[in-house]
Design a protein around this ligand. Structure first.
Ligand code: MG
Length: 297
């Protein structure tokens, strides 16, 4: 690069941007404009100095740049864009929503509440047999283990006997890190505010579509969650993020949360641990859960 730039003695400074372009800046205004592109070591620098108007210069530069890129591609070998580093680990996929080989199974339907405790500590007071069923007013439950970034699979069903309306019908919730709620609700022919229906990120994002099945039917959520990065002083570096499939249908596409879930008021991020337990909410309705597994990312 230095050899090339020395040929242009009237140029005062060099800026290199992250795409490896070199732009020469002619501070003394000796030239009307000087542009220089450098793509790879194999390609000579292209200098453009034309006294056209700025739009024409931009057009010519784009054409020359495109021609240069095509030229580079023609010189490259297939091996030069092959990546043999960081070999992906082998994972055996599960059939029919069963956990893949590297998943942490949180509930498999064998009376196994060993991975769960009451939200305030102590034993789980929900019914646990082939599924976990909320016993209303006994309190929410949380995982023993803490999680941050993760892929979560969870199946749930609302009571087949329909009672209540709006938020009072089959309400529960899946709180990633105990703070960021993916809403569980019977939203089959049940109107409520849209950012509070099934599949919403509660009070922040309505689902893209309503993919709900009817009361009493097992439904699936497949979630990709990215934990927020928050400084100790509470300054947000990157927000929490959800992608969610409901019964195989994309309903949340990489949405960035404004803060933790709040029932009342505007959410505000506060500093918290990098990993926290997953919480299932007791919202006084006997919602059931099964086949819960998680993969740390
Ligand atoms: Mg809820």
């Amino acid at each position: 690069m230095e050899n090339n730039t020395k040929k242009i003695i009237s140029v005062d400074s060099v800026k290199v941007d992250e795409k490896d372009f070199v732009i020469l800046v002619d501070l003394k205004k000796q030239f009307d404009e000087v542009w220089m592109f450098r793509i790879t070591e194999r390609v000579p620098v292209i200098i453009i100095y034309i006294k056209f108007n700025i739009n024409m210069r931009r057009f010519i530069c784009i054409i020359l740049l495109a021609m240069t890129v095509v030229s580079i591609n023609a010189q490259m070998k297939p091996e030069e864009t092959e990546d043999w580093s960081g070999k992906p680990e082998i994972v055996i996929p599960g059939k029919n929503n069963q956990p893949p080989s590297d998943a942490i199974v949180l509930f498999s339907g064998q009376n196994d509440v060993v991975n769960w405790v009451h939200e305030k500590g102590g034993p789980v007071k929900w019914t646990a047999d082939s599924c976990l069923t909320i016993v209303p007013n006994t309190g929410s439950i949380k995982t023993v283990q803490s999680f941050g970034d993760c892929q979560l699979h969870i199946e749930w069903k609302t009571p087949s006997e329909v009672k209540g309306t709006s938020q009072g019908r089959g309400n529960s919730g899946i709180f990633l890190m105990g703070k960021y709620e993916l809403q569980v609700l019977d939203s089959y022919n049940n109107e409520t505010y849209h950012n509070g229906q099934a599949g919403s990120i509660y009070k922040q994002f309505a689902p893209l579509v309503n993919a709900s099945l009817g009361p009493g039917q097992w439904q699936t959520y497949d979630v990709v969650f990215t934990a927020p990065v928050i400084n100790a002083d509470g300054a947000l570096l990157t927000p929490a993020c959800f992608t969610v499939f409901h019964n195989g249908v994309l309903i949340q596409n990489h949405v960035k949360l404004r803060g933790p879930t709040e029932y009342i008021g505007i959410p505000v991020y506060k500093a918290h641990e990098e990993k926290l337990p997953l919480v299932l909410q007791d919202h006084k309705n006997p919602v059931s859960f099964r086949n819960i597994w998680i993969r740390e990312l």
